[in-house]
Design a protein around this ligand. Structure first.
Ligand SMILES: [Zn+2]
Length: 405
């Protein structure tokens, strides 16, 4: 029997009040409130939910997280500072020590997933460590967790060479294997400052992406012109290989500390190459200027990145709160700017992840969140916690608590 739910009195982002008819997990009809079509009850299992004018928005897109390395829900791990300024290798060593003493990875990953789903994210991209130090162990665990949660959240996995590619023996073969096992994308890590070989690093990344038809999402922390140089190299390869729309650079801090004219050029180049930029609006750090890049036509998306791990103690798995941070750090005050911050964690995220049938639209998957806010700008500013999260038209979380597992 067809399953149908009619959600009455949903307020959309444009201020209209509508009824949403969801059939077998998809929006089938959207009408002005009070105009939902009548149904033949004999052939339909019908439920009616009155949303009472709550704001209805598409489920959030968590575009960058690390499901394997968080301690969320485990014992508190005090942050250990680097001995002589930030050093990725030293942080990786702290992480190895912390992980050895942590609760089982699948438990910690599930804690994080339920935190994210509870806050309204139903699509996610997670980087998972694949390198000479851990082999495929992390990936095998996270693949099993993904399978267990597939009815609740769509998860893309990135094979992430946390210890570099050329400087971690055996890593190219492990990345190849990871893509065979089910990773959707191949990652990278600071080709210049970590492996000290931009061409060699990117040859492996793009070579494997081509071999497997996979996307690319590279961690790039290098700042200034060194960072910009690598962004240019990534964009050039993306264009040359016809991979527009399938490549992202995460962090790209360099875009945040170059002169305005260089940024404008970089934005035009990224837009033409179809390379997306992920920023989590990191604390006390230059980050890619969201408004300028969007203006240039670049897809800017966001994610929690680390949540209570060996890199920093922050993160709450709430992409609405992330939109607030993006707006706050970007100096966004006007409604259209607040709406832009919201777009980064919803539609732009969906575009960066290549999600099909996203949004509050006929034919789209009925993955949505109800918010107690008048409109999107107020939601970004107030970050209301009272929310209900619907996956394919079914309530799966309410007020940050899971209703199903
Ligand atoms: Zn990351």
């Amino acid at each position: 029997m067809t399953e149908q739910t009619i959600f009455l009195n949903a307020k959309l982002a444009d201020g209209s009040l509508v009824d949403l008819t969801v059939t077998d997990g998809r929006f089938r009809v959207i009408t002005p409130a009070g105009k939902a079509p009548s149904v033949d009850l004999a052939s339909i299992d019908l439920a009616i939910v009155d949303l009472g004018g709550q704001l209805v928005v598409p489920a959030f897109v968590e575009g960058h997280i690390h499901l394997d390395t968080s301690f969320y829900g485990d014992a508190w791990r005090p942050h250990i500072p680097c001995s002589n300024g930030f050093d990725v290798r030293e942080r990786v060593a702290f992480q190895a020590r912390n992980l050895a003493a942590a609760a089982p990875m699948d438990e910690r990953a599930k804690n994080q997933l339920e935190l994210c789903i509870g806050n309204g994210s139903l699509a996610m991209r997670s980087h998972v460590m694949v390198d000479g130090s851990v082999g495929l162990k992390h990936l095998e665990t996270i693949l099993a967790v993904r399978k267990q949660y597939r009815d609740l959240i769509d998860i893309q996995l990135v094979a992430f060479p946390q210890s570099g590619i050329l400087s971690s023996p055996g890593t190219p073969d492990l990345l190849d294997e990871a893509l065979k096992l089910g990773c959707d994308l191949i990652g990278g890590l600071d080709p210049a400052s970590f492996d000290r070989d931009v061409k060699g690093h990117l040859d492996v990344v793009f070579g494997l992406a081509q071999k497997h038809g996979a996307g690319v999402d590279i961690h790039l922390h290098d700042g200034g012109t060194l960072g910009l140089f690598q962004v240019e190299e990534i964009a050039a390869r993306t264009k040359a290989l016809g991979m527009q729309g399938h490549v992202a650079v995460s962090h790209a801090y360099g875009l945040g500390d170059i002169p305005a004219d260089a940024l404008l050029k970089a934005g035009e180049m990224l837009a033409a190459a179809g390379v997306a930029i992920m920023t989590n609006a990191p604390g006390n750090h230059a980050f890619p200027p969201v408004a300028a890049l969007r203006q240039a036509g670049v897809t800017v998306f966001s994610g929690s990145d680390n949540i209570r791990d060996s890199w920093w103690p922050y993160g709450d798995g709430d992409m609405l709160s992330r939109a607030n941070m993006i707006g706050y750090r970007s100096g966004f005050y006007e409604d259209h700017e607040l709406a832009a911050a919201f777009d980064v964690v919803t539609h732009a995220g969906a575009k960066a992840l290549g999600l099909e049938s996203y949004g509050i639209a006929v034919g789209a998957s009925a993955d949505f969140v109800t918010l107690q806010a008048q409109h999107v700008p107020e939601a970004v500013v107030a970050v209301p916690k009272g929310r209900t999260v619907y996956r394919r038209g079914r309530a799966v979380a309410k007020d940050s608590k899971m209703l199903v597992r």
